[in-house]
Design a protein around this ligand. Structure first.
Ligand SMILES: Cc1cc2nc3c(=O)[nH]c(=O)nc-3n(C[C@H](O)[C@H](O)[C@H](O)COP(=O)(O)OP(=O)(O)OC[C@H]3O[C@@H](n4cnc5c(N)ncnc54)[C@H](O)[C@@H]3O)c2cc1C
Ligand code: FES
Length: 312
C-alpha cells in the first residue's frame, strides 16, 4: 500500500510557522520549501504570509511544563492510568481526537520523552487522563512516579484520517481496538458521539486485558473478547461489516494489526478509515527524522506532523 501526505497537522495553528519554515523544509508551503511558486492544498491562512508578518521567524514552540498527578491507578502488572492537572487552555486544546503529549520523569533528560495519547479530557475541572503500558527503557522510567510529570504538548497527529473523523455526522461508525490503543479510541468515540454518530465497538483485549471503552465511554460494545488476528476474529469482523452498514471504521492497534485488517476491508467499498499513528515518534516537531516513512517515489514523510493517506 502506497503512502501519501503533504498536510501538516500544525498548519494554521498557534505553532505555525515552525522550525521547518526557518529551515526551508515546511511540509505544506512550497515557498517555504525553497520553491519560487505557490502550490499548496492548504485552505487556511497563508503560511508564507504569516512567516512574512513575523519578520521571517517561527512562532514560539511548545514548552515543557511540570504538572501534578491527581490520581494514579495501577491495573494489572503493566498498565498505569494517570489523571493530570493541566492549565485550562491545554485541556481545551487536547480535546481534539488524535491529541497526544510527551510525558517524562522530571529527574531525567529529554531523551526519556514518551508520546502518549490523551484518553479523556475534563475542561471544566482542567484535568486529563492517560493510560501508559509499561514496556522498556522509557516507560519503566515513569512507573514509580506519583507526584508530578513533565509534559510537552499539545500534539495532534496521533491519528491518520482525521478529516473523516471530523466530518462524521449522523453516521454509523465501527471502532476496532486492541489493548492500550483503546486509550486514543476513547477520545475519538466521545467526539463521534457528541456529533450524533452511532458508534459500535469491537474490543480485542490484547495483552492488556482492560476495558477502557466501557469505563470511559457510553458506546455500544458489540464484541469484547475478539482476537482480531485469528481467522475466527476476522470472520466476526466480516459479519459486522457486511450487515452493519458502517461508513467509518477506526482501527486502534499496531501497524501489523492494521496491515492484517486492510485485507478484510478490501472487500468493502466506501469505508472511511481512521488509524492510530504508531510510528516511532521522538521530537514530534518534524526535525529528528525518527518517524519518517516513504511515499511511492521514496520521498520522506515526517509522520509526527503529516496526515498520512494509505492509497491502494
Ligand atoms: C502518537 C502516539 C501515541 C501513543 N499513545 C500511547 C498510549 O496512550 N499508551 C501507551 O502505553 N503507549 C502509547 N504509545 C506508545 C509509547 O509511546 C511506546 O510504548 C513507548 O514509547 C515505548 O518506549 P519504551 O522505551 O518503554 O519501550 P520500547 O522497548 O522502546 O518499545 C516497546 C514498544 O513501543 C514501541 N515504541 C518504542 N518507542 C516508540 C516511540 N517513540 N513512539 C512510538 N512507539 C514506540 C516499539 O515499537 C515497541 O512496540 C503511543 C505512541 C505514539 C506514537
Ligand atoms: S518525531 Fe522527530 S521528525 Fe517526527
Amino acid at each position: 500500500m502506497a503512502l501519501e501526505g503533504d498536510h501538516c497537522i500544525d498548519a494554521g495553528s498557534e505553532y505555525c510557522p515552525c522550525y521547518l519554515a526557518e529551515m526551508n523544509c515546511c511540509i505544506t508551503c512550497t515557498r517555504l520549501k525553497n520553491k519560487c511558486y505557490c502550490d499548496c492544498n492548504w485552505r487556511g491562512v497563508c503560511i508564507y504570509q504569516e512567516y512574512h508578518f513575523l519578520n521571517y521567524q517561527k512562532r514560539e514552540p511548545r514548552e515543557y511544563q511540570e504538572v501534578q498527578i491527581i490520581e494514579r491507578e495501577k491495573i494489572g502488572e503493566n498498565l498505569l492510568i494517570f489523571t493530570l492537572k493541566t492549565p485550562h487552555t491545554l485541556a481545551r486544546q487536547l480535546k481534539q481526537p488524535g491529541s497526544y503529549i510527551f510525558i517524562r520523569n522530571r529527574n531525567l533528560e529529554h531523551y526519556f520523552d514518551i508520546p502518549i495519547s490523551i484518553m479523556l479530557v475534563d475542561e471544566t475541572k482542567d484535568y486529563i487522563k492517560i493510560s501508559v503500558e509499561i514496556h522498556g527503557v522509557k516507560t519503566q522510567s515513569i512507573k514509580d512516579v506519583n507526584d508530578s510529570l513533565l509534559i510537552r504538548g499539545p500534539y495532534w497527529n496521533g491519528l491518520f484520517g482525521l478529516e473523516h473523523l471530523k466530518k462524521a455526522k449522523d453516521m454509523k461508525c465501527l471502532i476496532l481496538t486492541r489493548g492500550v490503543a483503546q486509550a486514543p479510541a476513547v477520545l475519538a468515540i466521545n467526539y463521534l458521539l457528541r456529533n450524533n454518530n452511532e458508534v459500535d465497538v469491537v474490543i480485542d483485549p490484547g495483552k492488556a486485558y482492560i476495558n477502557l471503552i466501557k469505563e470511559y465511554t457510553p458506546a455500544n460494545i458489540i464484541e469484547e473478547a475478539v482476537d482480531l488476528y485469528s481467522q475466527e476474529g476476522k470472520g466476526i469482523l466480516h459479519n459486522h461489516l457486511a450487515n452493519g452498514n458502517y461508513q467509518l471504521v477506526f482501527v486502534g492497534g499496531s501497524d501489523y494489526l492494521q496491515q492484517n485488517l486492510f485485507k478484510v476491508f478490501d472487500e468493502y467499498k466506501d469505508l472511511n478509515l481512521v488509524l492510530t499513528n504508531n510510528k516511532e515518534i521522538c521530537c514530534g516537531e518534524g526535525i529528528c527524522g525518527a518517524c519518517v516513512v516513504y511515499d511511492a517515489d521514496g520521498i520522506p514523510i515526517r509522520s509526527c506532523k503529516t496526515q498520512i493517506v494509505h492509497k491502494k
